[in-house]
Write a protein that binds this ligand. Structure first.
Ligand code: SF4
Ligand code: SF4
Length: 404
């Protein structure tokens, strides 16, 4: 794609990066075929090729309108288009750069601004989220059935095992998951302990920065990243072998620190080390002997989150672990498509999100599974709202037969 970027809207490094990405695009449109919003809307501007064109106009200095913002807002950032693109176009990065510019150039109605601020003031802080959740449970009898279904299912949280193995990893508990489903990381620690790996906690590490980043608060997000690195640094220096997340949405962010902090003189080098240690739980367990786990194999459908398959390129890894343990995985049509959760997308774009969820649940239940497993807290909470089949994090299945 021919470009003539005007860089006064973005800094020189972003301009160069955007230019490099845009030049790779050959307009073939293969990406449209795998884009969930293009499939639903059938509008070129709601597909990656059209959005790339809108972004090109933006970077070239053409007027930015609310129309551009509207179509960018409808993008899920699922990166399904990146996985399919034969030219290696990094659409996700281009969209992130563009959204930041749009946010500064185009205003938002007050109710959108307030909602976004509210999300940024609550979700990344478990100490704020937990009391709100307690109040919501108290008021539950007064809620409509739709609102009742939005409350996460509470499960018992096991005791975190003591550090007793020479092999140690840092297990980050994040923010939303720590607030709404802390049992997932505690169970991951139990499973790791069972296979000979001690999971060290770092309760003050906080949010990875993904939420703010995807709401175009890049400065706020970078501050979360710096805090994360500072808090974890003593453990990194003491030799933890990996930094693990059980939520794939956070994992993909940790792996991006090296790129996102590359211009920060104080943190760039540390960010490279940090990202090099970042792993999804499946990357650690795939090479371990799991025979000591006493699982009950069942028929299940695995919903591979976009952040796992398109973001971290780990398609098939969890599935392979589950099959190795004897689970029967039912086929899932269009497994590459997003379930509609996508961070705060389900709150900001409820209509599209609900359509995507309905399609996803239909595909997940086609093979009549006993349960649905996933690898990201956002997908889990989103899917379990309207389905009778239990929805769990896959590590919960591995921990079932262990005393907790
Ligand atoms: S598949 Fe890649 S090269 Fe083709 S239009 Fe989409 S982004 Fe451009
Ligand atoms: S990130 Fe997802 S929703 Fe956005 S353009 Fe790419 S495929 Fe479509």
């Amino acid at each position: 794609m021919q470009t003539s970027l005007i860089s006064n809207r973005i800094n020189a490094n972003d301009a160069q990066e955007a230019d490099d990405i845009l030049r790779r695009c050959v307009h073939c449109g293969f990406c449209n075929a795998v884009c969930p919003t293009y499939q639903l809307q059938g509008d070129e501007r709601d597909g990656p090729r059209g959005r790339i064109y809108l972004l090109k106009q933006l970077f070239e200095g053409e007027a930015v309108t609310q129309k551009t913002q509207f179509h960018l807002d409808r993008c899920l950032s699922c990166k399904s288009c990146e996985t399919t693109c034969p030219s290696g176009v990094k659409y996700g990065r281009l969209a992130d750069i563009g959204r930041n510019v749009i946010e500064q150039q185009v205003g938002r109605p007050w109710h959108q601004r307030r909602l976004r601020q509210l999300l940024m003031l609550t979700l990344p802080y478990p100490q704020r989220l937990k009391p709100l959740l307690r109040v919501a449970y108290l008021l539950r009898p007064l809620f409509s059935s739709k609102l009742k279904n939005k409350l996460p299912i509470q499960r018992p949280c096991p005791v975190w095992p003591a550090i007793r193995h020479p092999q140690r990893v840092l297990l980050l508990e994040g923010c939303v998951q720590r607030g709404l489903a802390p049992h997932i990381d505690a169970l991951a620690a139990v499973v790791l302990d069972q296979v000979g790996i001690s999971a060290v906690r770092q309760p003050n590490a906080g949010c990875c920065g993904a939420l703010n980043y995807h709401l175009s608060d890049h400065n706020g997000s970078l501050n979360f990243m710096r805090r994360m690195i500072d808090t974890c640094w003593p453990q990194i220096e003491s030799g933890v072998e990996a930094i693990i997340m059980t939520a794939s949405g956070c994992g993909v962010m940790l792996k991006d620190y090296a790129h996102l902090l590359r211009e920060d003189a104080l943190y760039a080098e540390k960010a490279v080390q940090f990202s090099a240690l970042a792993r999804d739980l499946s990357e650690v367990l795939r090479s371990e002997d799991l025979s000591a786990l006493n699982v009950t194999p069942r028929k299940l459908a695995f919903q591979s989150p976009c952040t796992l398959q398109h973001g971290q390129h780990l398609n098939g890894v969890v599935e392979e672990i589950l099959r190795r343990l004897g689970f029967e995985l039912t086929p899932v049509i269009d497994g590459h498509l997003c379930c509609g959760s996508a961070g705060t997308y389900s709150i900001l774009q409820p209509q599209l999100s609900e359509q995507l969820r309905a399609n996803k649940l239909q595909h997940l239940q086609n093979g009549q599974p006993d349960m649905i497993a996933t690898a990201n807290i956002g997908c889990l909470l989103h899917l379990q709202q309207i389905v009778d089949v239990p929805v769990v994090h896959w590590v919960e299945l591995l921990a079932e037969g262990l005393s907790t």
